[in-house]
Design a binder for this molecule. Structure first.
Ligand code: PLP
Length: 345
């Protein structure tokens, strides 16, 4: 079935006459003794609809986490002490902060590289235990050869993890290329309404799935039942939201590229994210964020509302062009968004 159909049909729970069409939300911390599950840090039926839908879309088994970084941490925690992680230098800054923290405490060795350079990547991979890929990257929207990187990582004996937050399984399925694990910030497009912080990791191999569930249980990065319900509800409409946001993003990219106050526009050819550099650097970019009225000046992305942010204001993002604005395109009408942007520019 088409992913848009899978997103609607999966994760419904029991389907007997009289059953609710949506799986109930289970608010419990414990279960009556004698059953398979004893405690809600190990499992909660409220996670299952979200996990079934996302797993179906990615082509694997999804494990829900309290946030995208909780999912990333669980993947990284499967590594032994002293393991080497190779990751892109322009990965999401939270992932880089996590890796830097682990390296500073000698838990891991981390090699941040420019993954656009194949030779540099090949060299770095030689002693890698984990190759971390993020494509498109946040916020430069660089595209990497996921297929090639999976092959390279496996030739070196490394696990390959792909952060698929920006592409979503509707535009890229890294498990099809043999990636060992896919990571999501479900906070973004999957949940899609800026009202949930949640994450997931998706894998095919039983040992990886078990390791992720064990990490979730031991470290306690479990999502709340309400969050899991909201994220599953968001997934139901992902296909239409993404399609609409993408159509608008393509049009805004073309118009921005033509605008005299814009120096560079980055758009990977799909998805709802556009980043562009404003002439006049940080000051001019900040003015744009102050002037918009329809678009919301805010961090995060993937919601129904369009958000804008100058990324170089963050500590780990000072390598970015000072006037780079990251635009997460939402579901407002394209002409209202363009009027807002053009006036602000
Ligand atoms: N990966 C990417 C690409 C992100 O943009 C983010 C958050 O912005 C994360 C992971 C972390 O997700 P969360 O904020 O849900 O922990």
């Amino acid at each position: 079935m088409d992913p848009s159909t899978l997103a609607v049909t999966l994760g419904r729970g029991a389907e007997n006459p009289g059953d609710p069409v949506n799986a109930p939300v289970t608010f419990t911390s414990t279960y009556r003794a004698g059953g398979d599950v004893t405690y809600a840090r190990d499992d909660n039926p409220s996670w299952h609809p979200f996990e079934e839908i996302l797993g179906g879309l990615e082509g694997g088994t999804a494990v829900a986490f309290a946030s995208g970084l909780a999912a990333a941490s669980a993947v990284i925690e499967t590594l032994p002490a002293g393991a080497v992680v190779v990751a892109p230098a322009d990965a999401y800054n939270g992932t880089r902060r996590l890796l830097a923290d682990l390296e500073s405490r000698k838990r891991l060795r981390v090699n941040l590289i420019d993954m656009r350079g194949w030779e540099e990547t090949e060299e770095a991979c030689e002693d890698a235990d984990l190759l971390w890929v993020e494509s498109p990257s946040n916020p430069l929207l660089s595209i990497f050869d996921v297929d090639g990187l999976v092959q390279l990582g496996h030739q070196c004996g490394a696990l390959v993890a792909v952060d698929n937050t920006f592409a979503t399984p509707l535009r890229q399925r890294p498990l099809d290329f043999g990636a060992d694990v896919v990571v999501h910030s479900a906070t973004k497009l999957l949940a899609g309404h800026s009202d949930v912080v949640m994450g997931a990791a998706v894998a095919v191999q039983d040992d990886m799935i078990d390791a992720l569930r064990t990490r979730r249980s031991l470290h306690g990065g479990v999502p709340g039942p309400m969050e899991a319900f909201l994220a599953a509800r968001g997934l139901r409409t992902l296909a239409v939201r993404l399609e609409r946001a993408e159509t608008t993003a393509v049009e805004l990219e073309v118009r921005l590229a033509d605008h005299s106050a814009v120096e560079v526009v980055r758009y990977p050819g799909f998805g709802s994210m556009v980043s562009f550099d404003v002439e006049g650097g940080a000051k001019a970019a900040d003015r744009v964020c102050e002037q918009v009225q329809v678009i919301v000046p805010a961090t995060s992305l993937g919601g129904v509302e369009t958000t804008i942010e100058r990324r170089s204001k963050w500590a780990l993002e000072t390598h970015l062009p000072p006037g780079l604005l990251r635009l997460s395109v939402g579901l407002e009408h394209v002409e209202d968004l363009w009027d807002d942007l053009a006036r602000a520019l």
